[in-house]
Design a protein around this ligand. Sequence first.
Ligand SMILES: [Fe+2]
Ligand SMILES: [Fe+2]
Length: 468
Amino acid sequence: MSVVVKQRLLELLQEQNKNFYELFNFFLDGNISCHLKQNKATELLRYELEHIGQSESSLPNEIEEFKRWYLNENTKVCLEYQDYLKKRQEGAQRQYFVNIAQAFEFLIKVAPTKKVDGAWLYSVIKYWHDIEFHELILIYLEELGGGYEKSNHVCIYNNLLHSLGLEDFEYYLDDAYYHNAVVQLALAYAPPEFIPEIIGFNLGYEQLPLHLLISNYELKELGIDAKYFNLHITIDNLANGHAHKSLKVLEQVYKGFKNKDDFLNRVKQGYALNNLGISSTQIIKNLNTEHFVLQIFKKKAQMGQFIHNDQKVIACKTVNQWLGKPEQIADFIQTLINKKWIKLNAEPEESPFWKMIHYPDGKMYGVFTPAERRIIHDWIAGEVSTEALPTNLFKSADLNFHNADLSYLNVAEFDILKQQIAETSHSGLTLNTLIPFLAPHVHHSNIGLWSTQKYAAILFPYLDNTFK
Ligand SMILES: [Fe+2]
Ligand SMILES: [Fe+2]
């Protein structure tokens, strides 16, 4: 780590002002010690819990009521979904994603949260000696796919982004999109005093939301591999899945707590942490293809302002002059529309600009990635075109792209770990040695996947073959 980066990270520890993107990277930096992460997590969680409002919490006040309340909430969502399906069968339009551009925008904006899926439970895997936490540990291991890439939730989401060419869209995300992910990462490194809050957060996260059901349905309809979303409908189920386990843990740990009221209050606070940041529902409500296209143009303008020759003048300015100032880009796009370079709400083939960026012999071919072109395509077409994804445009989603970034460079570390584990005959010691490799930044790499398999095999041998 460079001195500058280290200095910046140390400053972050002191800062009250939060930059969620930097905090996100702080918690996912393998070079930063667990001790520093734990300190930051404690400070951050205390701050968030102090400022969080619980007023809208629908959680019951008595432990005996939780099961019924959970079931009622679940039934409500299922009924709303049935209603949605009925409307769709009667010919209603999609409710969430008008076209693929909107689906892409959604997948990009929820990505920070998905890239740390399961993180809120990382700290509990240290409590393996306490059987009361085994249900939570099991949820964490299932989030990690038991150490198999095809079942690891972070791998599945990364592979989905990769298969759609959406992996480099970080640039388009405002800081607020990292807020919820940072809360999850803070819980990952939270000391034991935050166990009630973790149980509360888990309870909320494993609850079936309506948006998951509808997103799953509409993404599939648009030809997008919805495995990640479908998986969360099945694995989080209330009968025997994560939702069921979440309730069971709540009831078990409650019994052991002396101050019951305090415990339940803190569970409620942890539950409320789910509301921090920008929720999937808010993201869906605010999808805005026009704004997204503007952002894409602004990004391209950073280079584009130096590339064009000065012969072409549009509305008294050269293209380089238009692109030179970010605040002019919206007017530039409007000028392209006025001059009929772009014809909105018509087949994109009718727009000269589209032909220039889309066809291999076009003057601007290659400037926009296939995913960016798709977003521009859908923006131009408007209501005219809503066809599903032509899969040949994109890389196959069936392939497993290894997330083992730098795996070749980490061979030595991996070999040392394998040797250490082989030489350890004590299971407890083995589990403790493996724990650092199940952390949010590493569990989806080669060494992390291998370590997860080993950890799961010791604690839950009956799970063998479940994830393969
Ligand atoms: Fe998950
Ligand atoms: Fe889950």
